[in-house]
Design a protein around this ligand. Structure first.
Ligand SMILES: C[S@@+](CC[C@H](N)C(=O)[O-])C[C@H]1O[C@@H](n2cnc3c(N)ncnc32)[C@H](O)[C@@H]1O
Length: 453
């Protein structure tokens, strides 16, 4: 048996997992993408509200909930709905803003005042300054970009507390009216034979929307004709959704723009902070996905990123999980990880920095877990939704490595659930099988930890 099989066997034995396919639909965003509020903006890397509700119920959580990789705010949304105290930490200013806007409690008075600003938002105005991202001219047709920047100036002129929601409405349109779409690891252009603009199913004003987004020719795909009208439709959808909200038990979360590796400092400086009973999150996976790259148009258009230097620094500050992160001077020792990295030595990797990235990833996740341990109350829980990856035909069983790290920190591993098998090419599958490797480790699932002491 080679050292890789030995490692997989010993980790599997130490941390047995069971399959529960009822989690399959819950670990991604698909399940709630057409629901009120969540349909405003698709944060594809998110999980579903139902997942968080299920875990809260299963673990009988009555106290505080934390998500230190908050993304678009699914965890804090579900917690707020159930009347639980919740906290969210997110490093990227775009999703952090989205999460804040989605989880605020909007009064009837606010909603009716908001309704009254639409004529102001749609009025003719001078376009606001075009951001410096070089691909903008390709990413938008000239008239679309102009209309967006005109509405942007109208938003900038607002004085009241409705500015955030108006700005959010605008941000939520950007991908929809652009010539780009997010797919896989980056931004793609809607090409001649490529992807067409998808109709927004299950949304308010759908019929009207279809009239404005016309299929101009079979080669061009869907073309946006009137950004102001599309803005108006989204604005109305937001009003309809807010009017349907039941805020009876709603507890507005505390959302912090910050780094998971500073969780302890960030939370303990808050008033009335009494520790956390459930932390539930899905961190970036060790799969080279860059959250700044995929959201770069929104980051620049929204003014969250002001220059290329700024953009570079934002990427360097992030948790190491992709090749644009800070990969310098990474020192972290972990025996299981070293076995995996050694196995990669004689394999052809598509980038020479992958091994540094993996070392940085587990270093950063171990810092994050240490900090989470400190803020967790006795008998409290940490639940991680995590996907494994593979490089050069070496499977990285991230779930089991994180379980091992968590155990060393002091957590008890309560259970590991496999929610779904992840895809790989049939060619890779064959190589893995020919080498006698456990392909069931190519999976996404949940790791449950408990703090006993
Ligand atoms: C998988 S997504 C979370 C999605 C979230 N569960 C949802 O439903 O929207 C991971 C998030 O972690 C954020 N992140 C990356 N590094 C971080 C760090 N050092 N501190 C806090 N958040 C970070 C990313 O920006 C991304 O939004």
């Amino acid at each position: 048996m080679n050292s890789l099989s030995k490692l997989y066997n010993s980790l599997n034995k130490k941390y047995p997992s069971r399959e529960d396919l009822t989690f399959k639909k819950l670990v991604n965003f698909q399940n709630h993408k057409d629901l009120p509020i969540h349909r405003w903006l698709r944060y594809r890397e998110g999980y579903s509200v139902e997942l968080v509700k299920r875990v809260i119920k299963e673990l009988n959580i009555k106290g505080s909930v934390l998500d230190p990789f908050l993304g678009s705010g699914t965890t804090t949304y579900a917690s707020a709905l159930l009347g639980l105290n919740s906290y969210g930490i997110e490093l990227n200013p775009f999703p952090a803003f989205v999460a804040k806007v989605k989880t605020r409690k909007y009064s009837k008075k606010f909603i009716s005042d908001f309704q009254s600003i639409i004529p102001h938002l749609l009025k003719k105005n001078k376009p606001s300054q075009k951001p410096g991202l070089r691909i903008l001219d390709k990413a938008f047709n000239v008239s679309v970009l102009n209309s967006l920047l005109e509405i942007r100036r109208n938003i900038d002129e607002l004085k009241g507390n409705n500015k955030d929601l108006a700005f959010f409405t605008w941000l939520s349109l950007i991908e929809e009216v652009s010539n780009t779409y997010k797919e896989g690891n980056g931004i793609k252009y809607r090409g001649r034979f490529g992807y067409k603009r998808p109709p927004r199913r299950g949304t308010v004003g759908f019929e009207k929307y279809m009239k404005i987004v016309n299929e101009s020719s079979s080669t061009e795909g869907w073309v946006v004709k009137n950004v102001h009208e599309i803005f108006n439709i989204r604005f109305n959808e937001i009003l309809v959704d807010l009017n349907s909200m039941n805020y009876k038990y709603w507890k507005e979360p505390k959302i912090i723009l910050g780094d998971v590796r500073e969780t302890e400092i960030l939370l303990s400086s808050l008033n009335n902070f009494n520790g956390i009973d459930l932390t539930i999150f899905s961190p970036p996976y060790a799969n080279c996905f860059d959250y700044y790259e995929i959201n770069k148009i929104e980051l620049w258009m929204g003014g969250f990123t002001a220059s290329y230097e700024d953009f570079k620094q934002q990427r360097k500050k992030g948790l190491v999980s992709n090749l644009n992160a800070n990969l310098k001077n990474i020192e972290y020792f972990n025996q299981s990880l070293d076995t995996l990295l050694n196995e990669m030595d004689n394999k052809a990797l598509w980038n020479t920095k992958i091994k540094d990235m993996l070392r940085g990833y587990f270093r950063d996740m171990s810092i994050a877990l240490e900090k989470l341990y400190k803020v967790t109350n006795k008998k409290g829980h940490v639940v991680m939704v995590i996907g494994n990856s593979s490089y050069g035909n070496v499977i990285i069983p991230t779930d089991l490595l994180l379980a091992e790290i968590a155990e060393k920190i002091g957590f008890k591993i309560s259970k590991i659930v496999k929610a779904r098998q992840t895809n790989t090419s049939s060619q890779q599958m064959k190589i893995l099988k020919d080498n006698g490797l456990d392909t069931s480790l190519l999976r996404e699932g949940l790791v449950y930890l408990t703090k006993t002491a």
